[in-house]
Design a protein around this ligand. Structure first.
Ligand code: ZN
Length: 624
């Protein structure tokens, strides 16, 4: 068979020969029953317009913001299709596991689908497909509980969704609501009809303990926080003040917004996967149960909400053209994640400082840790920064072992350094008249809109930077993305009047991380858990040179049973000496002592002031 090459002719033939196919994009009805959320199973039913023959349905595969084909299709169960009261035959596509073909009999114009989503029963990481439900709360990601028909873009398909919650659970969501009803304490929410891309972009947080905190009025900006206990919601006043500052500082940074209203959907649980995901009008951020009430936890997670909030501008409104796919089936291309994630990460750290979520000193400590880790990443000798973005769909799922040699999704942290460098160059070239804020106003700012999408390419980024200050931005970014070191890009830190230095006292931020993680990365090239399990060793540094590798376990130090304090004391005692550091290590049931010739003591990174240059970093971190 050969189709006509003239589109008009084909269309006419198609119209006259297949009159049953809906001419307008179909409108789908979706009902999700989340009343069994504590059992971690979600039931859904859909009514999908159809015509006789093959109805091809997709389960969302490429999840926006996750930059990978990681839709949890393995957890799709209970799949059944009916038409006219009869059970229909279906088969999975042999070339794509996310594609389902349903055999629709003659005379039918609608298919009823049933499906279950099996949320992880045992704790699992893994972004939105990771653990998302507990006895007391759940996050509902619509992409996990629906199918959509082939042949239309996500913004052409209309979904009318409704949702049933467990008894006495409250909820928060940016998705506009048509009505709510209640029976036996169970709330059922009917949402206004929405395009599929808006639905998938608008998760629901729900739980027994749910607190709503208003942060701003125009447009309405609020936190909808669900927790595993009432006590977890009882944060000190300064927390809410800092998040109010965050909204104010973000408006000043961008000068406009691109949402109708914005909801910070925050999960506080030790039993949900910890991560953050961005949407136009909300985030989906998940931290531990004590994430708001514990001062140390607050400090370590301080940049999470700023990062996800920035994405409403950088990632959702302005998005690389290759990431703006028409549906969830077409592959995304991740080559511009150094803007999408890298710039977001930099601006997230800036806003954390400007809003008071971190002090300037804590922000500098954080930056020092970022710079030190990247400066001890020998993997850059073979994999450049661009390749960490190109390979992101795989690297997001890489183990921690061999991180420093494999490299990970370094376009977050390394581009924090690179965009700081851009900010510093703008300030230097304009003699202090301009900054990254001007770039954000131009690239992400006015006029304010509802959720909108404006795509860009590498050239658009270079051109916008040149509108702020003329400079060889193309050359700058090409070098930053393709060089092989040596070492991390420290031009931004150094240009901002600071230097990375190492001493024997871990910084406040370093100590904060250190609860379950021992940082001997810059002394021995060894990262381990407090039980002695070795997370990674850095190629070329003392532990690796002695023969130690990730996955082994440190048992004893100089003949004494290992503990973090024993290791630290041995490093201290050996400083400037001549004797070896003897590490007894278990590897696959065998024990061996490795002798390490290291006498440098403990080494922890800090930023120290370079008085020969103006202090731009303090200016960058100052509230506007
Ligand atoms: Zn991000």
């Amino acid at each position: 068979m050969k189709l006509s090459r003239i589109p008009g002719v084909f269309c006419l033939i198609a119209l006259f020969s297949l009159p049953a196919w809906p001419a307008a994009p179909p409108s789908v009805t979706l009902f999700v029953d989340a009343s069994s959320a504590p059992r971690k199973i979600f039931h859904a039913t859909l009514k999908i317009p159809a015509s006789a023959g093959d109805l091809t349905l997709y389960y969302p595969k490429w999840i926006p913001g996750e930059h990978a084909p990681d839709g949890p299709v393995v957890d799709l169960a209970g799949l059944k299709f009916y038409a006219g009261g009869k059970l229909l035959k279906w088969r999975r596509d042999l070339l794509d596991g996310f594609t389902i073909h349903v055999d629709v009999p003659a005379g039918e114009n609608e298919v009823n689908a049933e499906l279950d989503f099996l949320s992880p029963a045992v704790f699992e990481g893994g972004f939105s497909a990771g653990s998302s439900a507990t006895d007391k709360m759940a996050v509902i990601s619509w992409n996990q509980v629906l199918l959509y028909p082939k042949g239309w873009k996500a913004d052409e398909l209309t979904y009318t969704a409704s949702l049933k919650l467990p008894a006495n659970w409250k909820y928060g969501t940016p998705l506009p609501i048509a009505s709510t009803s209640e029976r036996n304490g169970e709330t059922e929410i009917k949402f206004q009809p929405a395009p599929l891309n808006t639905l998938v972009d608008s998760p629901v947080i729900t739980g027994e303990f749910l607190k709503v905190v208003k942060l701003a009025d125009d447009p309405l900006t609020e936190m909808d926080i669900a927790a595993d206990s009432a006590a977890a919601l009882d944060a000190p006043q300064e927390v809410w003040d800092h998040y109010r500052n965050l909204v104010e500082q973000a408006q000043k940074l961008f000068g406009a917004h691109h949402y109708r209203d914005y909801h910070f959907l925050l999960s506080l649980s030790d039993h949900v996967a910890h991560f953050g995901l961005e949407h136009h009008e909300s985030d989906d951020s998940r931290v531990g149960e004590r994430g708001l009430v514990d001062e140390n936890d607050r400090k370590l997670e301080a940049t999470l909400l700023p990062h996800e909030y920035v994405h409403s501008w950088n990632g959702k409104y302005r998005r690389p053209a290759d990431l703006a796919t028409p549906d969830y089936q077409q592959p995304m291309q991740d080559d511009l994640l150094w803007v999408y994630e890298g710039l977001t990460n930099y601006l997230g750290t800036v806003l954390a400082a400007r809003s008071g979520l971190l002090t300037a000193e804590q922000s500098r400590d954080d930056l020092a840790l970022t710079a030190a880790a990247l400066d001890h990443t020998p993997g850059r000798t073979w994999r450049n920064l661009q390749d960490t973005a190109d390979a992101a769909p795989e690297l997001y799922f890489a183990p921690q072992a061999w991180h420093s040699w494999r490299r990970g999704v370094d376009f977050y942290d390394e581009d924090t350094l690179n965009w700081l460098w851009v900010d510093v160059i703008i300030r230097q070239q304009s003699k202090g008249a301009k900054s990254i804020d001007d770039f954000c106003h131009l690239f992400h700012g006015a006029p304010s809109t509802g959720p909108a999408l404006k795509t860009y390419t590498f050239d658009d980024v270079v051109n916008a930077l040149n509108q702020i200050v003329p400079y060889d931005w193309r050359g700058f970014w090409t070098e930053r993305l393709t060089n092989h070191g040596p070492g991390a890009p420290l031009g931004g830190i150094e240009g901002s009047g600071w230097k990375v230095a190492y001493d024997e006292s871990p910084s406040e931020m370093d100590r904060g991380i250190g609860e379950h993680f021992i940082d001997a990365a810059y002394s021995l090239g060894l990262e381990l858990r407090d039980d002695g399990g070795i997370i990674d060793t850095t190629e070329g540094m003392p532990a690796a040179l002695a023969g130690i590798g990730p996955g082994m376990k440190l048992v004893a130090v100089n003949g004494r049973q290992y503990s973090p304090d024993v290791l630290r004391a041995a490093l201290k005692a050996g400083k400037g000496g001549t004797g070896s550091l003897d590490l007894l290590v278990e590897n696959t049931d065998y024990f061996k002592t490795y002798k390490i010739d290291y006498h440098g003591g403990e080494r922890y990174p800090h930023l120290v002031r370079d008085e020969s240059k103006p202090d731009l970093l303090t200016e960058i971190y100052k509230a506007k």
